[in-house]
Each structure stands twice: as C-alpha cells, then as structure tokens.
Design a binder for this molecule. Structure first.
Ligand code: SF4
Ligand code: SF4
Length: 451
C-alpha cells in the first residue's frame, strides 16, 4: 500500500531557460583520462592513498576523509595515476587517471534481496563505506555527506531535478528499474522512512514505489528539492536533519551490491542555449569536459561551462573534468550584451522577474546569460525575494541579521531552512547575492558548532 502526501509549492518561479536537452541518449566514446575532484566534495578533508605513477583498478581507494577515515573515495578508472594537482593551501584539486585499454575491477561482496533481510544496519553501512557508496548519501540542512552514526527519520530520494538542466528519469531510470528497486530496499534499512519525491506520472516508477512512502510534489524549481520537501513535511525545527540522495545514485548503490563492482556509468546531459547537441549521454564518472563538448558548442560566443544546474552549478574550464556528483553540463553566454538603443526596446526577449519588461508576456523559452545587468545597490525592500522563496524565508531580513552578525536572529528567521536555490538572488533588482551570503553563513555556523 503506497502512502502519499501531496506537497504543492506555491512559491517559486517558472524559469523559461532556452536549451533543454532532448531525451535522446548517445553513448560517448571511452575517454583517455578520467579524474576525481576532491576539492568539489563539500565538508571533507581529503588525504591521498595513492601516488603519481601508481597503478589502480576501478574501485581502488584514491583518498579518504581525515575526519572520518572510513569514508573512502574510489577510483572511477583503471590505469596509472598520471597527475595530482593542488589548489590554495595544498587542497587536493584533481586526481587524474590515464586509463588502460583493458580496465580491471576491484571485487566486493554482493548482496541479494534475501540477504538484506538478515544483514545488520551496521554491516550494511560498513559495506557502503568500503565500496565508495556512502558519499552518495548527503544530509540536510548543511548538504554534507551523511554521518553514518546518525539515524534520521527520513531519506528523501529525488527522482526529478527541475533545475535547468539535469537528466530526465525517463532516460536514466526506466532502463535501470531493477537496480533502482535494489537501491531502494537498501535505503529502507538506513532510516525510519525512505521518502520519494516524485510526480509519479510514470506507471513503471509507480510500480517500483509500492510499499514506499511517496510524497507527490507540484510546483516549479526548486519544488522537488529535498530541503523544500523536508520543510513542508517536518512538524518541528528539531526535525531539520534528513538524508537525501538522487535517483541516479540510488541506481549506483543497487548496481554495486548486485555485481560487487564499483559502478562508474553516468547519464549526463549537455544543455543550455550555447550547446549545439542538447541531449543525454551515456558516459562515466570523472568525464573530461572536452569529450562532452568537442564539436557540440557554438564557437562564436564567450561561453561559461557550468557543471551542474544553472543556479547551483559551478564554472569549469574546458580542460577540466566533471565532479563526482555532477550529471549535467550547461553552457550559457558569458557576455553581457549592450543592446544598441536598448532604452528604446521593451525587453520582449529579456529574461527578468520584474514586470517592467515585456518578456513577462512572452511564454517562449528565453536565452539566459551570466551577466548581472547592473551593479549591486542597497535593498529597496521590494519584497521580490520573499515572494519566491519556497521555504517562506524573508531573505531581506535574514540578510540584515547576517550583516549585523546576529546569527541567532538569522537562525530564527529560518536560515537553516534555506535550500540555496538561488532564486532570491535572481529576482533581486538590487543585484544582492543573497543566496551566496546565506550559503556562507550556514557553513560558518556549521563550522562553529562542529569545532
Ligand atoms: S532564501 Fe534560500 S531557499 Fe529562499 S529563495 Fe533564497 S536561496 Fe532559495
Ligand atoms: S529582492 Fe533585493 S531589493 Fe527586493 S527586498 Fe529582496 S533583497 Fe531587497
């Protein structure tokens, strides 16, 4: 019997970003090199387990977290460690592996559905830590890797990610339902409830979710976010802790236990207005950005390569790699174009939250760019940010508390509920980077309470 709660997110904003990938799936050729980017994994202090020129198999440990040495990160390729680069303060930026033609795998114990009835939660967690599966489970409200010592009420599984643009469940999930089911059975041992946020439109997905607590959501980005879901289902602030995982990562866990090998396959999208081939690609973890973009981008523009979605992603250079969690690359224009006689135009094609431009009447997709279109000014108390915040924060007041260093006050204004979606920053006519300020404040608070 499926138990369901309907969460209707009224606040948020319908973005009409041009460049949505189609559901066509193309297999990419095998890369010559892959890499892990420890710097992009939040909250860990990585320590290397390998050296340059060392040989590794797929699934051999590359590094671990100094704060929790059981938390290991495994190699997404078999071959030779060809390079290790460091950033500021010797932070490990990139571990690059030159791949062998014939790759070999480290072997791990397998599990069947009937084994799951008898294995203890502790043994299961140990297997996930050893097999590099644990980092897929992250926790709210700080969005770090989950602490295996916690026992949360909910693990929230996100099937759709509506932030422009991410893989579509019709492409990544439907062919992998068997693994998804196995992954879901494993999650059920880790928390009181595994909760799936989904629009449940697909009958095959509905079938797999029988006996799972399923919360239906409706609304625009970030309605499907686990933090938004938690905000609307929790009954008190003491329930701020929940774990979450993406649908594609549930499949990874299912594959790992089924085959006893570290799964490296990834379905990745290429999207954004400057991508020529906007679609899904079957490839692997640690993919070189160049392999995905070569011949697939418009060459006459200054392009920003964004790993992840257009609001929460980060810029990458062409010669880099996609991070461990990333399943999307979006390409937007870097240029902030000055329009000739712009003051005479009515902005029919100009993306904006403000109704000042005629684009509010234009229902077609619009070409977004990375420009701020103005400089930061003082808050004018327009209230746009509060109008769109899906977790009912009043961002303008929370910001004032943070600027005045009144942390307790910011917390009472809901700082920890912030899901870092970035919509408030987008809508702000004063160009205040509200979301970055909130993310930084959350991080500082996390460090303070964990020091
Ligand atoms: S305050 Fe946080 S949750 Fe609310 S809109 Fe801004 S970034 Fe999103
Ligand atoms: S949107 Fe910007 S200017 Fe308007 S109230 Fe919020 S912070 Fe102030």
């Amino acid at each position: 019997m499926m138990f369901m709660i309907s969460v209707d997110i009224k606040k948020s904003y319908k973005f009409r970003v041009k460049g949505c990938p189609t559901t066509t799936l193309t297999e990419l050729e095998k890369p010559k090199r892959v890499a892990m980017l420890p710097e992009k994994i939040p909250g860990i202090k990585p320590k290397l387990k390998i050296k340059v020129d060392e040989k590794v198999k797929i699934g051999d440990p590359l590094f671990f977290d100094k704060k929790n040495p059981k938390l290991t990160f495994l190699s997404p390729g078999a071959g030779k460690i060809s390079n290790i680069t460091y950033g500021k303060r010797r932070v490990i930026r990139e571990i690059e592996i030159r791949l062998d033609d014939q790759e070999t795998f480290a072997e791990f114990p397998t599990l069947t559905l009937s084994d799951l009835k008898t294995i203890t939660r502790e043994d299961l967690i140990d297997s996930m830590l050893n097999g590099g599966m644990w980092p897929y489970i992250r926790s709210l409200p700080y969005r770090m890797i989950a602490d295996p010592n916690d026992f949360p009420k909910n693990i929230i599984v996100t099937i759709e990610n509506n932030e422009p643009f991410h893989p579509n469940p019709d492409v990544y999930l439907i062919p992998n339902l068997e693994y998804f089911k196995m992954g879901m059975e494993i999650l059920k041992k880790l928390a009181e409830h595994s909760v799936v946020g989904s629009d449940l439109s697909h009958p095959l997905i509905r079938e797999q979710l029988k006996n799972t607590v399923t919360h239906h959501y409706s609304g625009y980005y970030p309605a499907e976010d686990p933090g938004v879901m938690l905000y609307h289902i929790k009954t008190s602030d003491t329930q701020n802790l929940a774990w979450y995982i993406s649908g594609q990562d549930v499949i990874q866990i299912g594959k790992f236990f089924k085959h006893g090998r570290y799964p490296i396959e990834r379905i990745v999208t290429l999207g954004g207005s400057l991508a020529i081939e906007k679609k899904h690609f079957k490839t692997r973890i640690g993919l070189p950005v160049k392999l995905l973009t070569e011949g697939r981008v418009q060459s006459n523009e200054f392009i920003r390569y964004i790993a992840g979605g257009v609001f929460r992603g980060y810029s990458v250079v062409k010669d880099s790699y996609l991070g461990f969690y990333e399943t999307a690359l979006n390409l937007l224009s870097e240029e902030e174009k000055e329009e000739t006689f712009g003051f005479l135009r009515f902005g029919y094609s100009r993306p904006s939250f403000s109704k000042t431009f005629l684009s509010s009447m234009n229902q077609s997709e619009l070409k977004y760019d990375c420009g701020l279109h103005g400089e930061e000014r003082a808050c004018v108390n327009c209230g746009y940010c509060a109008k769109v915040c899906p977790v009912d924060i009043l961002p303008q007041f929370t910001l004032k508390c943070i600027v005045a260093d009144e942390v307790e006050e910011a917390l009472s204004h809901g700082l920890l509920d912030c899901v870092e979606c970035g919509i408030c920053s987008y809508t702000c006519p004063s160009k205040i980077e509200l979301c970055s300020v909130f993310r930084k404040a959350k991080m500082e608070y996390y460090k303070e309470i964990n020091s």
